[in-house]
Design a protein around this ligand. Structure first.
Ligand SMILES: *Cc1c(COP(=O)(O)O)cnc(C)c1O
Length: 388
């Protein structure tokens, strides 16, 4: 079979300014990245609490490698699960105030594995239009009937739930914090709908953990609904600075997933080093619960500076993800290019990651940045937008 069509497809993407290449980061301190020999301040990463390079986190990983080696050698149900995994699951459950938690190789795998295990043929799963690709893929692969809803039109979700009785079970799946729009899901309203229509709510806190809520438990904690969300999914790869995914909930959910979630059962367990690093991060967050509010304060400062310069972030966005919708991919790339010249790395997000006509700069703040850094960044962003 010929694969020539791939070349045509790549040429087409290139022509539309939609071809992506991985930038090679040749050095990083977390705060700074070096790309093509140029040093840039990083406003594109998900390292919200600046933990990925923290001395305690590094040391925990190094010590774990010394003790356990690098790879976990087998899936958790064979011989890949050890005391560091057990300890992390226990501490994640304590952090989330649930009975139990289960580790996955990534957040992506946690979403796919959980949805495919829970949602069956005959069930209906309601999936937000702007959910992360991993939730969408999980819904699609699950065999349940997929219904797409919009969190700015919950009256339609309500109608759909009340009109269409399902013979099977019903699920509502949502990001807690929408990764490209930076807004929060209307979790109190979704809880009410789920309770009223006997649906199970599944919330992905990938960008919520460590960022929102008084103790960093995420948007569920921010809205004080965490105890009403039975399936809470998170990642160790963003604010916790490591790698891996997890699900937190009641013990039967967790034991069911341990026995049914294929992305967890048939994949090699997380390296002990990543678990040890995540444990160190969790403990840093526990010992200094002011970290999330520091990040929120920094984000408010940046948003104020932007508004003063006449730049408005996407409506509804809040916290460290600051999207500025510019519309077409060319203009977005040009603005990101100007920012690069000014010494800043920010994401230029284009279709298919976001809908057509909504290409955007996606600024992502972290505790690597100081007050004066975000002041500079706001000025640089305003100048870049004016000049394109
Ligand atoms: C990043 C992300 C994931 C995937 O997490 P990884 O641990 O990076 O695989 C899942 N959901 C959302 C909303 C994300 O932004």
């Amino acid at each position: 079979m010929s694969l020539e069509w791939l070349t045509d497809e790549l040429t087409r993407l290139q022509g539309q300014n939609l071809l992506r290449r991985a930038k090679c980061v040749t050095q990083t301190s977390g705060a700074l990245v070096e790309i093509d020999g140029r040093r840039l301040r990083d406003a594109s990463s998900n390292d919200y609490l600046a933990l990925s390079c923290h001395a305690d986190v590094r040391k925990a990983a190094i010590d774990a490698i010394e003790q356990w080696g690098v790879g976990a050698r087998a899936s958790p149900l064979v011989s890949g699960f050890g005391p560091v995994h057990a300890e992390l699951e226990t501490e994640l459950a304590a952090f989330e105030e649930t009975n139990a938690a289960l580790l996955f190789p990534t957040g992506f795998a946690a979403n796919v594995g959980t949805l495919v295990a829970l949602c069956r043929s005959g069930d209906v799963v309601y999936c937000d239009r702007l959910n992360h690709a991993s939730l969408v893929d999980g819904c699609r692969h699950s065999g349940a009937t997929l219904k797409v809803f919009r969190h700015d039109q919950l009256d339609r979700l309500e109608k759909s739930l009340s009109r269409e009785a399902s013979k099977g079970r019903r699920y509502i799946a949502t990001d807690a914090v929408f990764s490209m729009d930076g807004d929060l899901a209307p979790l109190p309203e979704l809880c009410k709908l789920a309770e009223r229509f006997d649906a199970t709510l599944i919330v992905d806190e990938a960008h919520g953990t460590g960022v929102f809520g008084a103790t960093g438990r995420g948007a569920c904690e921010h809205f004080q609904v965490d105890h009403r969300v039975p399936v809470r999914i998170g990642t160790l790869s963003k604010a916790l600075g490591s790698l891996g995914g997890f699900v937190a909930g009641e013990r039967p959910l967790i034991e069911f997933l341990r026995n049914h979630a294929r992305t967890q059962m048939y994949s090699t367990a997380l390296p002990a080093a990543n678990c040890a690093a995540a444990l160190a991060s969790l403990r840093l967050l526990r010992d200094d619960p002011s970290l999330p509010s520091k990040l929120q304060t920094l984000s408010r400062r940046f948003r104020d500076r932007l508004e003063e310069s006449g730049v408005s972030p996407a409506v509804g966005s809040t916290g460290p993800i600051v999207p500025i919708v510019l519309g077409d991919p060319d203009r977005t790339l040009a603005a990101a290019g100007r920012l690069d010249e000014a010494g800043w790395l920010v994401g230029a997000i284009r279709p298919p990651t976001v809908p057509r006509g909504t290409s955007r700069l996606r600024i992502s703040l972290s505790l690597h940045l100081s007050d004066s850094d975000v002041d500079d960044l706001a000025e640089a962003v305003a100048a870049a937008i004016r000049s394109t």
